[in-house]
Design a protein around this ligand. Structure first.
Ligand code: APR
Length: 321
């Protein structure tokens, strides 16, 4: 069987880490595309020169030519510009939408059979735009956000309870922004509800509620917390790792249940929008959406988050995309 081909559009921080992880895990040959001349070639040369040490024999190719992505099985999009001082939210949306439009046209032309994972922000708008411009089927265009947001929630729970993060199951729904919905009621440690363990720890329900509220808030603001510390740029290791989980689920047809930004056609009461929900990921991309029962409070939080996504998409349309 020929090796799978994975192309990455945008060879910045996330694109570089992704290339190295894909190489080390031998998931497939990698093409790293960027508009900056020589930069992706330099990163790929550097990564390839570690191949003897890391013991991989896959090809990593840096390029400024879209032709190199011909026939890709998976295309991962990280292209975009970060917000600069003085730039309004609309300015950023216009700039990144313009970039995404060009990317989508080229992916459509060169890799029409690929499954596409979008990472670029603002995520919910960028994944919508990619689908609209490319005309790809909705199950083949997926956004990465929920795995990372859920991993952040799980990490903070593990630190609070002083247990291994491997035993934490935590799920975050909704848009990839301040309105995301970490699902407290479903969070558990190997099946034991996190709230029960917090109440036992503090022997006080009100205190346990207060601690959980802080974990939820930290999860929602986690991207900003990293930005503040880094001073230049945003998180890149954890978004890259989260994307690897999606890539493996698709390449190995794993049927994993992962929270991703998926197109909803009536599920969760939402029609025609991309929203973060649990989905079965396999060889066909999003194979189905996994619905779950929400109580009134959770549903209200999700509705609020969906409204934020709708506003973002409407803003993009207003700006001409
Ligand atoms: N085509 C291809 N690549 C482009 C284009 C374009 N038209 N415009 C910009 N790029 C490239 C930049 O040259 C840069 O190398 O996209 C890359 C983005 O990399 P970084 O700025 O390092 O950003 P990164 O941290 O990798 O994040 C990428 O993911 O999480 C989101 O908010 C984040 O939108 C951002 C994206």
């Amino acid at each position: 069987m020929p090796r799978k081909k994975i192309s990455i559009i945008g060879g910045g921080q996330i694109g570089g880490v992704l290339t190295q992880l894909i190489a080390q895990k031998q998931l497939g040959d990698v093409v790293l595309y960027d508009i900056i001349e020589d930069m992706p070639q330099g990163k790929c040369l550097d990564i390839a020169e570690a191949s003897r040490v890391d013991y991989f024999d896959i090809k990593v190719t840096g390029t400024n030519d879209y032709k190199e992505i011909d026939g890709s099985d998976i295309v991962i999009i990280t292209a975009g510009l970060p917000r600069k001082p003085g730039m309004s939210r609309d300015d950023l949306l216009t700039t990144n939408a313009q970039i995404m439009k060009t990317v989508a046209e080229n992916v459509k032309k060169h890799a029409p059979k690929s499954i596409v994972i979008v990472i670029s922000n603002p995520l919910d708008a960028m994944v919508t735009l990619f689908k609209n411009i490319s005309g790809f089927k909705a199950n083949k265009v997926i956004g990465q956000a929920g795995i990372l947001d859920s991993s952040r929630f799980a990490t903070f729970i593990a630190w609070e309870l002083d247990v291994s993060v491997k035993d934490i199951n935590a799920l975050v729904l909704g848009g990839h922004g301040d309105t995301m919905v970490p699902l407290v009621r479903y969070a558990n440690v190997n099946g034991i509800p996190v709230m029960e363990l917090l109440e036992r720890k503090y022997k006080d329900k009100a205190k346990a509620d207060e601690v959980m509220k802080a974990l939820v808030e930290r999860t929602k603001m986690a991207g900003g917390e990293v930005v503040k510390l880094l001073k230049t740029g945003s998180a890149f290791y954890s978004p890259a790792s989260s994307t690897i989980a999606m890539t493996e689920a698709i390449l190995y047809d794993e049927k994993r249940v992962l929270p991703v930004c998926a197109y909803l056609d009536g599920e969760f009461g939402v029609k025609g929008y991309y929203v973060g929900v649990p989905a079965v990921l396999g060889a066909n991309g999003v194979e189905r959406i996994v619905e779950l029962t929400l109580n009134d409070e959770e549903q209200a939080l999700l509705d609020n988050s969906v409204n934020a996504v709708k506003t973002l998409v409407e803003d993009m349309k207003r700006l001409g995309f």
